[in-house]
Each structure stands twice: as structure tokens, then as C-alpha cells.
Design a binder for this molecule. Structure first.
Ligand SMILES: [Zn+2]
Length: 334
């Protein structure tokens, strides 16, 4: 594996392997000391946190071993740590993530992804993971230790997560949102398997996921009260921060989905009308400043971007907005 990937601070590239317990210990030692970011809502009540933990124990017990290792290495008690990292509310004013899946000329399946959030989010770790008993993967971990916002695994499954501009319902037990992509990457060998798991998991928050493998992809729109699945139209599928499915749209409530819709339209337009080769067309589309897909607002911006060809198994990450940050080749997992 290449060791040349050196993202600029505060980004880090971490290579972790071993048992889940050992991976947690490595994460804990690599620090920094655990601190709740100020933008997180207060921890849920203990009974709710315990119920969420039970769901994680059922769907991916290795993650609890990883947290036990992390807590030990940080000198923390897992009983105290768990409610701190078990988020049952998102409570952000805006979201700006976008993903496009595209079957390009020649039939290769491509994905492009921008992750947007507060510049204050310093947790920006690209994790190369090889767990005993799970699939190897590469993906981005944010402030929430152990979670993933996007990534690919050794079987060629790509997953990305998008919060939805929807009203939250009263908190209920579910898999904490940041662990959903992680569970899919650790466990699933295809988009079909990931879809099956996603639709059976208990969910507590409004989320959109894009899951894709070299053969097919799905947009999965999730609300605690219902779920919908979209498939590509003429080889193109875009996911941002609103519900497309009519049955779920009422859950937007008073929140404004229009900026998210503009990003979706811009990505579709730029991919359909672009003339560049696939990789360059994806980079151009992710760098769009009309919607904008590529965010530069004060305090809130595109923090990273990814382009992958799932057919030829190539992956690149840009550690910053894709219009200026260079895309760097990332070793395929496994
Ligand atoms: Zn830009």
C-alpha cells in the first residue's frame, strides 16, 4: 500500500487494522482527547441511549468492542462515553452534502461526492480500515468517533450519508446515524445487501443514503415514519438533502429544501450536458458554483470531495473544496 498520502492539517490519513478492540485502542491513542463539539445537541436520556446501544449490539457488536477499546485508550468509561456519542438529534441549521452516481460512456460506474459542514469541524480523518471479521474499507470519519460519512469497501460497495432538511420527530431508539454507513461498509458486499440491511434497520433520524456497487445503485430516503428507494434514471442518480419521493416530502415541514434541490439539478445538468471525459466531468460538476454544489460560505464549506470508479476500483479524495484542492489517489481497501 502506498504511504505517500499526506493530507494537510487538520486532515489525517490513518491506517487501522486488527480486532475491533485493537482498532478502537489505536483510535484512542491517536487522539485527540474526546471532547463534545459545541454544536452537538445534549446527550439523550440514559434509557434512550441504552436502547440505541442495544440496537448496535444486535447489528454490529464489533463496534461496541471498538468503542470499549477507544474508551480504555482515552482513559474513559464506556458507560460515560456512550451517551456522549449516541446522537439522536442533528439540529443543524443547514446541510450541504451531495452525491452523484453515474454510469459513464463505456459502462463504468462512477460516484462523486462532496461533504459540506462547519469549518469548525476539525475531525476530518480518512480511515483505511482492515478489521478482523469485517470487510476492509476506506472512508471519512468526522467528529463522531467510529462513524463514517462516505467510503468504499473491498467488495466495491460505496456508501455516502446526507442529513435531510426535515422536521425531526421525538427521539426514538435507532442506529446512531454516523454508524449506518460504517455498518454497511463493514458488512455488505453489494448495493443489494446494503439496501436490504438499510430497510430493516431501526432509524431515528431523517437521512438520505446513496449506496452503489459496480453494477447498480440506490438512493434510500429514510424517515423514522417511512422509507423510499429511488433508482437511477438513464444511468444517473443524485442525492442531496431533501426527499424526492412524494410520500416523504411532507416531512420537510417548515424547513426549506430548495438549496438542496438546486444542487441536485445542477449536478444532473452538468453530468448530462458536459462533454469532458467521465472523471473530469464529475470533478467539474462537483466544483459547480451556480447552485452551488461546491460550498464556500463563511464558516460553512465543502470540507472534502471524493471521486471513485467502482468498475476499475480507483478512488481519489480532495481534502478541501474540489475546485481548488487537488484530488489525491487513495489505495483501494483490502
Ligand atoms: Zn469551489
Amino acid at each position: 500500500m502506498s504511504e505517500v498520502l499526506r493530507p494537510p492539517s487538520p486532515y489525517r490519513f490513518l491506517k487501522l487494522e486488527g480486532t475491533y478492540r485493537e482498532i478502537g485502542e489505536q483510535l484512542g491513542r491517536l487522539g485527540p482527547p474526546f471532547r463534545r463539539p459545541f454544536w452537538w445537541p445534549p446527550p439523550p436520556d440514559p434509557a434512550l441511549a441504552a436502547a440505541c446501544r442495544q440496537w448496535v449490539a444486535r447489528w454490529h457488536p464489533g463496534l461496541l468492542e471498538e468503542y470499549a477499546g477507544y474508551a480504555a485508550a482515552q482513559g474513559l468509561n464506556l458507560e460515560v462515553l456512550w451517551p456522549q456519542i449516541c446522537r439522536t438529534s442533528l439540529r443543524a441549521r443547514r446541510f450541504g452534502c451531495s452525491t452523484v452516481m453515474w454510469r459513464g460512456p463505456g459502462g463504468a460506474l462512477w460516484v462523486g461526492r462532496n461533504y459540506d459542514f462547519l469549518l469548525l469541524q476539525r475531525g476530518r480523518d480518512l480511515i483505511w480500515l482492515r478489521p478482523v471479521g469485517g470487510l476492509a474499507s476506506v472512508g471519512m470519519m468526522g467528529s463522531l468517533v467510529g462513524g463514517r460519512y462516505d467510503g468504499v469497501n473491498e467488495a466495491g460497495l460505496f456508501v455516502s450519508l446526507h442529513a435531510v432538511m426535515a422536521e425531526e420527530t421525538p427521539p426514538r431508539p435507532g442506529i446512531p446515524f454516523h454508524l449506518i454507513p460504517r455498518i454497511l461498509l463493514d458488512r455488505c458486499r453489494s448495493a443489494e445487501e446494503a439496501l436490504d440491511l438499510l430497510l430493516r434497520m431501526p432509524h431515528g433520524l431523517p437521512l438520505n443514503l446513496l449506496i452503489a456497487d459496480p453494477h447498480r445503485g440506490y438512493a434510500v430516503e429514510i424517515h423514522p415514519e417511512g422509507q423510499a428507494v429511488r433508482e437511477p434514471e438513464e444511468g444517473l442518480l443524485v442525492v442531496t438533502n431533501h426527499y424526492e419521493h412524494p410520500a416523504l416530502r411532507r416531512w420537510h415541514g417548515a424547513r426549506d429544501p430548495r438549496p438542496s434541490m438546486l444542487r441536485q439539478e445542477a449536478l444532473e445538468r452538468r453530468i448530462r450536458t458536459g462533454a469532458e471525459p467521465p472523471r473530469e466531468r464529475l470533478q467539474e460538476a462537483l466544483s459547480d458554483h451556480s447552485a452551488p454544489v461546491c460550498g464556500h460560505r463563511p464558516g460553512f464549506a465543502t470540507l472534502w470531495s471524493a471521486i471513485a470508479n467502482l468498475t476499475s476500483r480507483t478512488l481519489e479524495y480532495a481534502f478541501g473544496p474540489p475546485c481548488v484542492a487537488a484530488f489525491q489517489p487513495v489505495p483501494w481497501p483490502g
